[in-house]
Design a protein around this ligand. Sequence first.
Ligand SMILES: *Cc1c(COP(=O)(O)O)cnc(C)c1O
Length: 368
Amino acid sequence: MQYRLLTNMSYKLFIPGPIAVSDKTLRAMAQPMIGHRSPDFVALYQSIQPDLQALFYTQDPVYLSTSSGWGFMEGSLRNLVQKKVLCCMNGAFSDKWIDVAQRCGIAAGALKFEWGQPIDPETLRTELATGQYDAVTLIHNETSCGCVSDLPALAAVLRQFPDVISIIDTVSSFSAMPIKKDELGIDIMLTGSQKALALPPGLSLISPSKRALARAALSKTRGYYFDLIEFQKNHEAGMTPSTPVIPLIYALKSKLADIKAEGADVRYARHARLNQTMRSWAFAKGFTLFPKEGHGSVSLNCFANTLKVDLSALNKILKSKHGLVIDGGYGKLKGLTFRISNMGDETDETIAALIQSLDSALAELGVK
Ligand SMILES: *Cc1c(COP(=O)(O)O)cnc(C)c1O
């Protein structure tokens, strides 16, 4: 079978995105095209809405855009910021967001924390109390340093500022842990396809609150491609504004069926368990967790390279002899940390096999 051949020729990704895509998902993509204005597309689009809303824990619509996460991350700013946005920063992706705002000509303030430290709710409250801001960007799970912030506590602060629109990136935590959009009062919750959803890259998902849409309607700088009002109009007709990446929507439908069959709660528990298995292994070796204690991500681990392992040599062995790849540290953390994803379809068996490979490759480098 061709898919087998393709996957056998490559190697398995344990980097925190893109992650490995199952054969079932790949096969789901290989279907004939349908017109994006046809009743068949409308049926496809509408058939996945209830399952998407269940995973977003929302009554609001979920739009699909043909872009990676940054598309809607930039688009949200263009649609929603009229005064000034406060960008919460504690890693590479959140650091970048303020740069994106400035490149769009949007006034932005920085709320900075060290990489690996969570966003502090009290500091956020103090800054918002200045009254300068009408929007906040926040990354729930900072993938670059494996750090998760306390979203319920942060959302409680945000709810005290009804004029501030909350834009929450859940790119690497969505579907790996419950994120209850409506209960938390989140205005914009967005994610991408190639992280915990275990789809190929190219699809971004966003759910806006009514408040967010009302704000967007007042904006003159929405642009075209990520205009939320266009998305809403098309959504009401079961479509997207422009031609979407239909194969990825087939894949999404297949994945939503997988998640339903497993059960979301079982899926969350599986992520937590496998994440803990990786930690136990690393701690026994003598590695430590990079992010602040109690704020390690559940969908990946970012370990401090306390044993000073040559990570590029390690990855060379892993790739050539074991057919897998981990991450050797993001940006300024390159060489100082390594990241291992447990997102998507991993099981006790695949994680056990990964650990066996890691042990063998480390032994080859003289690390016991
Ligand atoms: C991967 C990722 C993104 C989006 O990156 P794209 O390259 O646009 O997919 C955004 N935020 C976080 C936290 C991420 O992990």
